[in-house]
Design a protein around this ligand. Structure first.
Ligand SMILES: [Zn+2]
Length: 185
């Protein structure tokens, strides 16, 4: 496994819709290595999600994982690999919460997301997956799905006044709101 370079805001890969992975190529060493490298890179970056466009590869593929961590007020989510996803928002009012992105380092912002989404796609074995993600997992999936469509969390913000550097966010905003967690994906 290798750690890949995470590209940053301004790299065209972040603004280019990704291409579907041909299902017969999922078992190939190239795609399997890419998946392993994305997982390694995500963990190294201490983020909880990473998409192929964030390492400059225009394939519809992302990984995510919320580790068991007493400092994170969210349920742990085991490692998931999602290829060629379609997501459908489930009923419910939009939820505003903090996000960050390893491709936009050190910034946090309040982003509205659907409280739960149905996810359909393929896993790393090429098998169909179909499940409903909610809470932090729903937020991660929507953020990563946006990456596959050239969208970033700042595009989803309704009010840019909540945009903050992480140090200032830690210092001023978490105390004010009693919130201490931003989904960095
Ligand atoms: Zn991101």
């Amino acid at each position: 496994m290798a750690t890949l370079e995470i590209v940053r805001l301004g790299h065209p890969s972040l603004r280019t819709p990704a291409q579907a992975v041909p299902p017969k190529e999922i078992a190939s060493p190239e795609i399997q290595r890419l998946i392993d490298d994305l997982v390694e890179t995500m963990r190294r970056a201490e983020s909880i999600g990473l998409s192929a466009p964030q390492v400059g590869i225009g394939s519809q593929l992302f990984v995510y994982e919320v580790p068991e961590d007493p400092a994170v007020p969210a349920d742990a989510v085991p490692l998931k690999v999602v290829i060629n996803p379609m997501i459908v928002a489930q009923p419910g009012r939009l939820v505003y919460d903090w996000e960050g992105c390893t491709s936009i380092p050190d910034l946090r912002g309040l982003v509205p997301r659907h409280p739960s989404v149905r996810v359909r796609g393929l896993d790393r074995a090429g098998a169909s997956v179909d499940y409903v993600a909610s809470g932090v997992e729903a937020r991660i999936v929507q953020h990563e799905y946006d990456h596959l469509n050239g969208m970033l969390f700042v595009d989803r913000m309704r009010d840019l006044r909540s945009l903050a550097f992480s140090a200032e966010w830690d210092r001023y905003l978490t105390a004010e709101d009693g919130m201490e967690f931003a989904a960095v994906v």
